[in-house]
Write a protein that binds this ligand. Structure first.
Ligand code: UD1
Ligand code: MG
Length: 450
């Protein structure tokens, strides 16, 4: 049976108090929408439709970056969840199979929950995902009759007796496409909110003699985000789960609660992460590496046995081969550091390649930007770059080359050559003493005058 995903993401998210559409607010540095899309991806959907409204262009861009086949359905006015799903009808023209409706602001959904919904669909016409709520608050209530779901009553419409029900609607459902759109056509807006409630499809389906059931999951999976407080709480939950997962996978986190992970961080076994390390998106660290305290990594790859930090910054395109060393206050961007190479102190290596076993001295800078364009620096193998060398790109240092400390390299250096480009030293005997005396006398005159 083929599946299509419809992700509802048109809501304004008023309580976020933001110019950014709610579903684009990040959890672990990935937009909530992306979390929802990744959760839905386990069903290998034939089509994915994102229903957008507020900030549609921005939402469409993020959706396309995650899945370029995702379709966008515009909901001009937010007239309710049934109206939102109805907007996906054109995008699903010709599709036969199950539609799974997800919310874009529910980032914790687990793959097996969706699989259980699909399994339940085999025996039912319509499947709703429910959960036992610790505090049912304003959720829609699921009115069950044995295994059969009779109807969903929205909090606003519920009687006191119905409000006492703790089995609540997550908002997710699975239904055959043709059946779902036929049910939605019958939904009206004669209710307290004057909205077209998707939840009404349950009672309509029952009246038509269809089989409807609810599958249950943990409340944690249905956690929605409506405010910045919810967002922070959701991020904290995500971090706690992700850290626990890494620990189980054999990664050492010296102070787990201080390590900030991204949704896609990959770290290999026996790697040690010291306290206060931040992972941005797109980081892979292989086994047996060490990331020392206060380092910041994003969009980079760290190979086995590499040691990074403390206080290192790896930016997108930093590619560290095995057993490399990136030390304190070193920034690496869009650069390959080959096996065994070392950049241990106070350097910027950008738009560059550093060959195997080369050593980059303290304070070395690749001057990669001329104010208009970026240029590359190519450093061969076994090169020794003296401290405080300025490498004015584009420039190449051949294998085995050396630069003298303080050299400003503006021309290529051939293999095994030494480049020296600095002013000659001139020692003036007795001048230091004379200069001190002169300055002290000057200070004494000034102090007297004051
Ligand atoms: C909905 C359910 C409720 C359930 C709760 C779970 C209905 C009528 N009610 O209520 O039973 O317990 O979710 O969180 O479905 N959206 C659109 N377009 C619209 C309206 C909403 O795209 O016109 C999107 C929102 O962006 C959001 C989702 O649909 O992602 C749910 O909408 P929301 O307004 O939060 O519904 P609730 O009142 O919370
Ligand atoms: Mg809601």
């Amino acid at each position: 049976m083929s599946t299509a995903l419809v992700i509802l993401a048109a809501g304004k998210g008023t309580r976020m108090n933001s110019d950014i559409p709610k579903v684009l607010h990040p959890i672990a540095q990935a937009p909530m929408l992306v979390h929802a899309m990744r959760a839905g991806a386990v069903l290998s959907p034939e089509r994915t439709v994102i229903v957008t409204g507020h900030g549609s262009d921005a939402v469409a861009k993020v959706a396309a970056a995650e899945d370029d086949s995702a379709q966008i359905a515009m909901q001009e006015e937010q007239l309710g969840t049934a109206h939102a799903v109805a907007q996906a009808r054109d995008a699903l023209a010709g599709f036969t199979g199950d539609v799974v409706v997800l919310y874009g602001d529910t980032p914790f959904l687990q793959p097996d929950t969706l699989e259980r919904m699909i399994a339940a669909r085999a025996k039912n016409d319509l499947v709703i995902l429910g959960f036992e709520a610790a505090n049912p608050a304003r959720y829609g209530r699921l009115v069950m009759n044995g295994d059969s779901l009779e109807r969903i009553v929205e909090f606003k419409e519920a009687t006191d007796q119905e409000r006492a029900i703790t089995f609540c609607n997550s908002g997710l459902l699975a239904c055959d496409a043709e059946t779902l759109f036929a049910l939605i056509d019958a939904v009206g807006n004669d209710n307290a909110a004057k909205e077209f409630y998707l939840t009404d499809v349950v009672e309509i389906a029952r009246n038509r003699g269809l089989k409807v059931t609810a599958v249950a999951c943990d409340e944690a999976q249905t956690l929605g985000v409506n405010s910045r407080t919810d967002l922070a709480a959701a991020d904290a939950v995500f971090q706690a789960n992700a850290r626990a997962e890494l620990l189980d996978l054999g990664v050492t986190l010296m102070a787990p609660e201080t390590v900030y992970l991204a949704a896609d961080t990959v770290i290999g076994r026996d790697t040690v992460i010291e306290p206060n390390v931040v992972f941005g998106p797109g980081v892979t660290v292989e086994s047996g590496a060490t990331i020392r305290a206060f380092s910041h990594l994003e969009g980079c790859h760290v190979s086995r046995g590499a040691i990074v930090g403390p206080y290192a910054r790896l930016r997108p395109g930093a590619e560290l081969a095995e057993n490399t060393r990136i030390g304190n206050f070193v920034e690496v961007k869009n650069a390959e550091i080959a096996e065994g190479a070392k950049v241990n102190h106070l350097s910027y290596i950008g738009d560059a390649s550093v060959g195997a076993a080369s050593n980059i001295g303290a304070g070395t800078i690749t001057c990669n930007y001329d104010g208009v364009m970026k240029h590359r620096t190519t450093i061969g193998e076994n090169v020794f770059v003296g401290s405080n060398t300025m490498l004015v790109a584009p420039v190449t240092l051949g294998d085995g080359a050396m630069t003298a400390t303080g050299t400003v390299v503006t021309r290529d250096v051939e293999s095994d050559a030494l480049a020296v480009a600095r002013a000659k030293q001139d020692n003036k005997p007795g001048y230091a003493r004379k200069l001190f005396d002169m300055l002290k006398a000057k200070k004494a005159r000034r102090d007297k005058g004051a």
